[in-house]
Design a protein around this ligand. Structure first.
Ligand SMILES: NC(=O)c1ccc[n+]([C@@H]2O[C@H](COP(=O)([O-])OP(=O)(O)OC[C@H]3O[C@@H](n4cnc5c(N)ncnc54)[C@H](O)[C@@H]3O)[C@@H](O)[C@H]2O)c1
Length: 448
């Protein structure tokens, strides 16, 4: 089948590549000429494991092309996917301007029956609005399908190829059949293709992300109580997660959720609820807890350094910049707030991330220019002569470092772990002062 994918970001590029890999002819369209040029040269603008191989191979075999020319791509396609960004507007609502721009271009070039698939995360009712716009513009035979994307950055290829479920919101059985044909190769192990009405499909995406964000904030709030009463959130987490009704996943406390989805989707669902006159105040609290959690490491560092005269003039090593491991996405990454907070208190930050430093640098130019932030080539360069180490992202290479080397490089063997990567008793025995999230601080044991 001939497909066009509008928007070549995390979702559009992964979807386009995976559809091309399953045999379809895909044209990926983006308004950013630099991105398109880079993709034509085989350069992948984002870090996502396995993506480059698929893109390069499918492009070489002629099934995947890149262009800024939307018109011909739309005209020739049977199905047009819309995977453009839907960032938060001024009041948290989703900014749909790029989605409507795509709809206008589709109306201009459709020329006959077509399916426009909304893969971008859009508020309930958007399918109807886009359909009305198409009709107003004379595109009478374009059916709008809602097909929210659930892939996780860092595991996007695997998630797209082996989804837990595919959700499609359709108005006609014919559109449902086309969607089944597209997704059948990815659900061979029995994952369901859930066909439903468009509003239900649109809401399913927001409900899923809001539920996941709620679990994270819930556990972060529990972790705060743990710290106050001397309980260990790891034990609480295991005890809670063993309940089959709850399950063990997504119960890890940390420095707060980030990324391009949870923060904006929680805000957008709250905005939808407000517009409907039914405020969803639970979501406001989820966000509030998350904002507080993003400040946690800075507060812990500030408290620890207070007896030594504060953080002014100190160098803090920071391991991890991306909002989660295996991605270079820095959107809403807690590390950004951690760096801002430390610099505001007069500290210098030496940061390391296996892949996200370049993107972080684009967002933190002012700190780089002032010399308050520097990127280290290796995780050990970052800690060399630093007064303490803070951990913001649980990259696997941080799980088992050379602790002796780490201790030798740090001015003080102080670690502030925002991801609970290490066992407190173990690192205390190795001579570290170790603060983590929701667990009692561990001090170097006498034998260390
Ligand atoms: N990133 C994720 O993990 C993820 C997961 C699930 C769903 N989503 C949703 O998918 C959508 C896309 O997210 P993303 O992270 O891929 O966004 P992104 O910002 O990485 O990419 C969007 C791309 O669309 C391009 N674009 C903008 N207007 C365009 C137009 N009119 N025509 C063609 N291209 C245009 C931009 O240049 C950009 O390259 C969002 O709604 C997001 O909420 C994202």
């Amino acid at each position: 089948m001939r497909l066009a994918v509008m928007g070549t970001g995390y979702v559009g590029l992964v979807a386009g590549a995976c559809f091309a890999d399953s045999g379809h002819d895909v044209t990926c369209v983006d308004t950013d000429p630099r991105k398109v040029e880079a993709l034509r040269r085989g350069e992948i603008p984002i870090y996502e494991e396995g993506l480059a191989d698929i893109v390069v191979r499918c492009a070489r075999e002629g099934r995947l092309t890149f262009t800024t020319e939307a018109g011909p791509a739309i005209r020739d396609a049977k199905v047009v996917f819309c995977a453009v960004g839907t960032p938060p507007g001024r009041n948290g609502e989703a900014d749909l301007s790029a989605v409507f721009a795509v709809a206008r271009t589709v109306a201009e070039w459709a020329g006959g029956p077509k399916i426009l698939v909304l893969k971008s995360t859009v508020p309930v009712g958007t399918n109807s609005k886009v359909t009305s716009l198409l009709r107003e513009l004379g595109a009478l035979t374009v059916e709008v399908v809602s097909n929210p994307e659930f892939l996780k950055e860092g595991a996007a290829i695997n998630d797209f190829r082996r989804p837990d479920r595919v959700v499609v919101g359709v108005r006609t059985e014919a559109a449902a059949d086309v969607m089944r044909e597209l997704y059948d190769p990815f659900v061979r192990t029995g994952a369901p293709i859930l066909v439903m009405d468009p509003p239900s499909a649109e809401l399913t995406k927001y409900a899923s992300n809001a539920m996941l964000a709620t679990r994270i904030s819930f556990m972060n709030a529990i972790a705060t109580i743990c710290e106050q009463v001397g309980a260990d959130v790891d034990l609480v987490r295991k005890g809670v997660g063993a309940d089959k009704r709850i399950g063990a996943t997504f119960l890890f406390p940390g420095v707060g959720y980030g990324g391009s989805c949870f923060p904006k989707d929680v805000q957008a669902l709250a905005a939808t609820a407000r517009e409907l006159g039914q405020p969803f105040s639970l979501l406001d609290e989820v966000e509030r807890v998350n904002e507080r959690q993003k400040k946690l490491l800075v507060t812990k560092l500030e408290t620890a350094f207070a007896p030594l005269g504060g953080l002014k003039g100190r160098t803090i090593a920071l391991w991890g910049l991306a909002f989660k491991p295996n991605t270079d996405d820095m959107r809403e990454a807690p590390a950004l707030q951690i760096i801002d907070g430390l610099v505001a208190l007069g500290a210098r930050v030496k940061a390391h991330d296996p892949v996200a430093a370049e993107r972080a640098g684009e967002m933190m130019g002012r700190h780089l220019q002032s010399g308050a932030l520097e990127f280290a080539r290796t995780m050990y360069d970052a800690v060399d002569r630093a007064d303490a180490l803070a951990i913001a992202t649980d990259w696997s290479e941080y799980r088992r470092p050379d602790f002796d080397r780490l201790k030798g490089l740090l001015v003080r063997p102080w670690v502030f772990d925002g991801r609970n990567m290490w066992e407190p008793a173990v690192v205390a025995a190795l001579g570290f002062h170790y603060a983590s999230v929701g667990r009692p601080d561990a001090r170097p044991s006498a034998t260390a």
